[in-house]
Design a protein around this ligand. Structure first.
Ligand SMILES: NC(=O)c1ccc[n+]([C@@H]2O[C@H](COP(=O)([O-])OP(=O)(O)OC[C@H]3O[C@@H](n4cnc5c(N)ncnc54)[C@H](OP(=O)(O)O)[C@@H]3O)[C@@H](O)[C@H]2O)c1
Length: 446
């Protein structure tokens, strides 16, 4: 190991969230001529190494603990948040880089950076890498045995070549595929590959009463339901009316997706289930695979938002976002043998790459998806693994308010047809080594 010297460095605080890692860091700091002390939370040192991302907690709790540690850092302190971006245990991986990038957008004065490491049993080597990165200029760093590099946005989206005809009839399992922008991608895939489409979502197929106008939007539907509140079984209270209107629209959207897929000649089936319910999903998928054959590709589009500024985000906000996106993906993988899959696509977000105001939890969850995709691609040479870091679409969770906000920031929206085309091109035709890419405008420089 090259010699590094911390002589002349200010005292370094090391948080005790991951005790063994913290002890190794402190001992290494002393042996390289520096001063260090163990603290339960950052206090008054100018440099702090935060071990919360390595703590023995669940991924969601760890990510929230990491945010809490960042919040406790005084302005101007140089804080490095340590976490794993590569491990054989998916739950040990984190999305610290997405968290830090979002944190800095909301607090531009913060000097908080992510050091993303691969799992290393030798804590002496681990500590050496961290200290080597600490000597580098401010930045988010990826630390490996043979190299340390600063994460920077680079667009590696190569135009896909040719067309593809799958030599088998695919069976696609698509979480979130019946609604939102994932449904556009499912419909485009059906046009390209045919086969069977299993679309997973929580909403039920509430029947559309024939006395309601077809094609109503949420506002007009609420109005029609309110005017018909005296009909038997109809809700009276505004909150109940709103709930029914949303249920009806969800059911109509699911039906419309199923019809659109079937109109291409492919087969479509809706699975009503919560992706977080591992036992329930395992049972349902076993029975479905009995009927439809082995699943050949998964698309993980299920996701929800629970936005808030970094000072306000709660553990519950992390749980809400991590449940479908992170735990949901783990559940899907646990129900299937990934080595039998020909395609794996995950819907990540540009917020993981650039950070985003009000979305530190969402950016961390999506960064986890990116990290896990890279690992899956490396271990599955015969599987196309793609992580789509989408910018905002014109649809799905981007409502009119969010669309206006992006327009004010000069960030273009991805049209539903263009997004679906890019998705299918990249999933089916791009080279194996192209795993994660950003689609949409860059906003990191803003
Ligand atoms: N729209 C964008 O601009 C944008 C940008 C970047 C990334 N993305 C990502 O793209 C994906 C789709 O987003 P969207 O905009 O289409 O959002 P959306 O309209 O809110 O759709 C989300 C989908 O996820 C499903 N879902 C949520 N929680 C679930 C759960 N626990 N179990 C099963 N299904 C669940 C929903 O179905 P039910 O409600 O019926 O369960 C719905 O089909 C998300 O992962 C999102 O993070 C979107």
């Amino acid at each position: 190991m090259d010699n590094i010297s911390l002589a002349g460095f200010d005292e370094i605080e090391v948080t005790s969230a991951a005790p063994a890692h913290a002890e190794a860091l402190i001992s290494a700091i002393h042996s390289y001529g520096g001063h260090a002390r163990l603290v339960s939370q950052p206090t008054d040192a100018k440099i702090c190494l935060l071990t919360e991302g390595l703590a023995s907690l669940s991924l969601t709790e760890r990510s929230f603990a990491a945010l809490e540690a960042l919040r406790k850092c005084r302005t101007g302190i140089h804080a490095c948040l340590l976490g794993l971006d590569a491990s054989s245990h998916l739950d040990a991986i984190g999305g610290e880089a997405g968290l830090c990038r979002s944190f800095r957008i909301e607090k531009p004065e913060a000097r908080t950076f992510a050091f993303s490491l691969e799992e290393c049993a030798n804590l002496e080597i681990f500590a050496y890498h961290v200290l080597a990165a600490l000597l580098l200029p401010d930045g988010d760093y990826t630390l490996r045995n043979d190299a340390i590099w600063q994460d920077a946005f680079s667009q590696n989206l190569k135009p896909p070549a040719g067309t593809i005809e799958l030599p088998y009839s695919p069976v696609w399992l698509i979480s979130g595929g019946a609604r939102g922008v994932t449904s556009d991608c499912a419909m485009e895939l059906a046009r390209r590959t045919g086969g069977t489409f299993l679309l997973l979502g929580r909403s039920d197929l509430t029947e559309w009463p024939d006395w309601l106008p077809a094609d109503a939007d949420l506002k007009s539907l609420r109005g029609s339901l309110a005017r018909n509140a005296t009909r038997p079984g109809m809700p009276q209270k505004p909150a109940e009316i709103d709930r029914l209107a949303r249920k009806l629209l969800a059911g109509a959207e699911i039906l419309s997706t199923l019809n659109a897929i079937e109109s291409t000649g492919a087969k479509a089936r809706y699975i009503q289930a919560d992706i977080g319910d591992q036992a329930g999903l395992q049972e349902i998928l076993a029975s479905i695979m009995n009927d439809e054959g082995a699943i050949t590709g998964i698309v993980h589009g299920a996701g929800v938002l629970s936005d808030g500024r970094v000072d306000d985000l709660s553990l519950q906000d992390f749980q809400t976002v991590f449940a479908p996106k992170v735990e949901g993906f783990e559940t899907l993988l646990s129900c299937l043998d990934a080595s039998n899959l020909k395609h794996i696509a995950v819907f990540s977000s540009a917020s993981a790459v650039f950070g985003n105001e009000g979305q530190a939890n969402y950016a961390a969850a999506n960064m986890w998806l990116n990290n896990v995709s890279e690992l899956l691609a490396a271990s599955l040479p015969d599987t196309q693994v793609k992580s789509f870091c989408w910018g905002p679409w014109h649809g799905g969770m981007v409502d009119d308010t969010l669309a206006r906000m992006f327009a004010e920031r000069g960030i273009g929206l991805i049209s539903r047809s263009e997004g679906a085309r890019i998705f299918s091109d990249q999933l089916l035709l791009s080279p194996h080594e192209q795993v994660r890419f950003v689609i949409g405008d860059e906003w990191g420089a803003q």
